[in-house]
Write a protein that binds this ligand. Structure first.
Ligand code: B12
Length: 208
């Protein structure tokens, strides 16, 4: 029987080759893709998120773990789709108009994927119109916006307004270095998180 604890450990260490090998072995032995996902990959990323929150590890380690997770997910995804496993939620994310910073946004997207969300990443410099159009087309439950510049923060508010005016009912989460809970409350966003691990907790609570 493939060792899913060893798979979780491979994710935590960021050992891409081991993560891929154990995932393949588990599927070959007939383990359910959902079990491999939950007890191997997600269990590993949960530990990574927790250690990141406690400042026991830093961004490079998280990125390496996420890379290992992504490689294993490539093997698992067709099996999950064939088994009809539903993601825990669908999340649209992008950096707002005028802003090209994407390291934090990418980290949030990776951690959400690691937690079992289906994530649509729009990229950077995303206009309110594109957020509205993609939200409608994908029917996501959650929308995340990132801004790293004080000059692009107003684009968050503009985008939230455009989404509401267009009748999009998805919950909105915001973040980025200059963004605060107070700002989220002021503009009527549903959630704010200061880091990628907390973003997962907030996203889970918003879809619960
Ligand atoms: C890397 C960087 C760049 C790179 C970006 C590369 C890239 N691909 O992202 C480059 C060189 C392109 C760049 C350009 C600029 N930058 Co710059 N940049 C930075 C820098 C050094 C690091 C940002 C970063 O990646 N941090 C690491 C990530 C992991 O942290 P994070 O983004 O905060 O994300 C975390 C949380 O905020 C949260 N989060 C983030 N997004 C979201 C979204 C959601 C939904 C949630 C819930 C949470 C969440 O979770 C993340 C993970 O834990 C910062 C300084 C700093 N120390 O922050 C300056 C900084 C942000 N830049 C700054 C400036 C001024 C610029 C430029 C205007 C410079 C110039 N004159 O050209 C341009 C603007 C370009 C543009 N239009 O966007 C200023 C902003 C000042 C301000 N208050 O507005 C900073 C603060 C530097 C400074 N001290 O002056 N920059």
């Amino acid at each position: 029987m493939a060792d899913l604890k060893a798979l979780a450990d491979a994710i935590i260490r960021g050992d891409r080759n081991a993560a891929v090998e154990i995932t393949e072995a588990a599927l070959d032995e007939g383990s359910a893709a959902e079990t491999v996902l939950n007890e191997g990959l997600i269990a590993g990323m949960d530990v990574v998120g927790d250690r990141f929150k406690k400042n026991e590890i830093y961004i490079p380690e998280v990125l390496i773990a996420a890379r290992a997770m992504r490689s294993a997910m490539e093997i698992l995804e067709p099996e999950l789709a064939a088994a009809g496993v539903e993601p825990i939620g669908r999340f649209l994310i992008g950096t707002v108009q005028g802003d090209l910073h994407d390291i934090g946004k990418n980290l949030v997207a990776m951690m959400l994927k690691g937690a079992g969300f289906d994530v649509v990443d729009l990229g950077v410099d995303i206009t309110p119109e594109v957020f509205v159009e993609r939200a409608k087309a994908t029917g996501v439950q959650l929308i995340g916006m990132s801004a790293l510049l004080t000059t692009t923060m107003p684009a968050i508010e503009k985008t939230v307004k455009a989404l509401r005016d267009a009748g999009v009912s998805a919950k909105v989460m915001i973040g980025g270095a200059p963004v605060t809970q107070g700002y989220a409350d002021k503009i009527g966003a549903d959630g704010y998180a200061a880091d990628a691990a907390s973003a997962v907790d907030v996203a889970k609570s918003l879809v619960a």
